[in-house]
Design a protein around this ligand. Structure first.
Ligand code: FAD
Length: 556
């Protein structure tokens, strides 16, 4: 027993938590209308693990002995369940493939080093044996960055950072904490909070992703408007490369040439193993509040988010959903009782009388933190901007509910798979000046792809993560494939996903704002950063890893 907990082999999160629609009476009619699927029809649960045919481990005795000498018997694991858990991330293709028992190449062994010295020994032993080494954090990636290449002949070692999960020190004067790379979101925040600090990084995958994974994929959390993306938060780091260690001190800023720190950010395991990082931390705020607003149109919501980003307000979260996502959110509500049950219909009546087309309304959440007086000031600025763009305040009740439920939403994808629908996401960022066209053209591209497949599909979007020059748009799509054959379902999925990703490039947006490149987005990397840009990146990877031993299936 290693003491490291993992997600389910077949889906998101942990056993015992699952999505249900039974307490959400509006959801089944909504899903029937939008994608023609009956939520009450019997689903097909994932197969039993025993029914999978897991290829045998190809770990040779020589490397096995070196790994056991370095880590101890207990931390070198070749059992089938552990190897399958380390084969895929949690993208849609990963989930369809693992449920179908499609396991062309599974890591031969999973190792659990307990300190940086052991990480060094593993890296050096694997490279000396000309094996493949894949660092593994929480296994939550969604762009295909963990899976060994299907035709890989060399021994494949998954290096799980799960034992490196401690906050090592806090420099209170600087507001910096030194944290081991395998710390999951809750590990890290619990240890910091106990001492009055927070890092403030809250991706939707927070419960099942790690500091090292965030750095390796350039992650972004929902509170990035205040705390920054991980590329802002992670100031210093240590990275084990074959035969050496990069040690970067936590500097507030530096002009010492092209940034090696930035090279590690987004490196997806291709440049070595991040063992720890110095991260910006802040005092736990006195107050924290999320308020819901409603805008009459998507254009009004986007214009308001833009104006808020330019104003003196400094919210933690700025988020607005398009009309489709708003309708979806409303369909997910549980029935309310008493006054609350009457308030919604009364409000909607009033808005209709004021001339709102409710089918175009867009729900927004804005987050605030700090002292009471600061919050008051912020809310006043935002309130004026919302009003100027025709919006109204719904209050902090729906905001608090959103905040409570945000980490449960990912479970819905497994539920959809059980009942025969494919659901996934694509996210991007672009300048404010391009956002409206990007949005309209991407929704059109998804709709055209559904038509091409002859399926009833649904696409929705929200804006999150605002910056000085632009913002992130996050698209979610779902459709029932017209086939039960997993390989054909994946082909149909790619028709939609490719249409969306191509639209990002055609509309001057990036291939990913925070999920990384992986294998899924690699096709568009050259379009994103130019052929000369990929040449530079290839040179960097080659200089560190000429034998392509470090996670060779991802990035480039
Ligand atoms: P893993 O999935 O284990 O690994 C990801 C990549 O990083 C791999 O290439 C791996 O080799 C490499 N890696 C991991 N640890 C290290 C290390 N210590 N050293 C070197 N390389 C390493 N992302 C966001 O940014 N924001 C979100 O809000 C968000 N929401 C999500 C919601 C869902 C439902 C899902 C499935 C994913 C979401 N993601 C989100 C994507 C994912 O959680 C991130 O990419 C996350 O940063 C991955 O971290 P991880 O620890 O799980 O890494």
């Amino acid at each position: 027993m290693t003491g490291v907990k993992h997600q389910k082999w077949w889906g998101w999160g942990v056993e015992g938590i699952a999505f249900t629609h039974e307490d959400k009476p509006k959801l089944a009619p909504f899903v029937m209308e939008k994608i023609g699927i009956d939520l009450n029809a019997p689903g097909t649960p994932p197969p039993a693990f025993e029914d999978l045919k897991v290829p045998a481990s190809q770990l040779d005795d020589d490397l096995a002995a070196k790994l056991r000498d370095a880590l101890g018997e207990q931390y070198v694991n070749t059992d089938d369940l552990d190897r399958v858990v380390h084969t895929y991330g949690k993208g849609l293709v990963d989930l369809v493939r693992v449920r179908a028992g499609d396991l062309p190449r599974v890591p031969d062994v999973v190792v659990y080093p307990g300190d940086e010295d052991q990480v060094r020994q593993v890296v050096d032993a694997v490279v000396a044996a000309d094996g493949v080494l894949i660092p593994f954090g929480g296994g939550s990636n969604i762009s295909g960055s963990l899976t060994p290449p299907p035709a890989e002949q060399r021994v494949v070692v998954s290096l799980d950072l799960g034992r490196l999960n401690r906050v090592l020190e806090i420099d209170e004067a600087a507001g910096l904490a030194r944290v081991q790379a395998g710390a999951l979101g809750p590990d890290l925040e619990d240890q910091l909070n106990a001492r009055g600090w927070t890092m403030g990084h809250q991706p939707d995958s927070f419960k099942h992703s790690t500091l090292g994974g965030w750095i390796a994929t350039r992650s972004s959390g929902m509170q990035s408007d205040k705390y920054g993306d991980i590329s802002d938060i992670a100031r210093g780091m240590r990275v084990v490369l074959p035969g050496k260690v990069i040690a970067l001190r936590p500097l507030p800023s530096t002009s010492s040439g092209p940034s090696v720190r930035e090279m590690i950010l987004g490196s997806e395991g291709r440049l070595g193993v991040i063992t720890e990082a110095w991260v910006n931390v802040h005092r736990v705020p006195e107050n924290r509040e999320i308020i819901a607003y409603l805008f009459p149109t998507w254009a009004a919501g986007i214009a308001a988010m833009h104006e808020i980003s330019e104003s003196d307000a400094s919210p933690t979260v700025t988020r607005v959903s398009d009309a489709n996502e708003t309708a979806f959110s409303l369909s997910m509500q549980k029935p309310s009782k008493g006054l609350a049950a009457k308030a919604g219909p009364i409000l909607f009546n009033v808005l209709e009388r004021r001339g709102w087309d409710l089918s175009a309304a867009c729900l927004s959440y804005i987050g605030y933190e700090g002292a009471e007086s600061h919050l008051k000031h912020q809310k006043a600025i935002v309130g004026k901007i919302v009003k100027k763009h025709g919006g109204i305040k719904l209050g902090n009740g729906p905001g608090a509910l959103y905040d409570q439920k945000k980490f449960d939403t990912p479970y819905i994808r497994d539920f959809l798979l059980d009942i025969g629908a494919l659901g996934d996401v694509s996210e991007t960022a672009a300048p404010w000046s391009k956002l409206m066209n990007l949005y309209a053209n991407t929704i059109r591209a998804a709709t055209d792809a559904f038509d091409e497949l002859g399926v009833k599909g649904f696409a929705m979007c929200h804006l999150s993560h605002s910056y000085h020059s632009g913002a992130c748009l996050y698209f979610t799509f779902a459709f029932p494939p017209s086939t039960d054959v997993p390989a054909e379902q994946i082909e149909q999925y790619w028709v939609v996903k490719k249409a969306i990703q191509q639209s990002f490039i055609d509309n001057e947006a990036t291939i990913s704002h925070h999920h990384g490149v992986g294998t899924d987005h690699a096709h568009w990397l050259e379009d994103d950063i130019s052929p000369a840009g990929t040449d530079v990146m290839a040179g960097l990877l080659e200089s560190v890893d000429p034998g392509r031993n470090l996670n060779p299936g991802t990035l480039l």
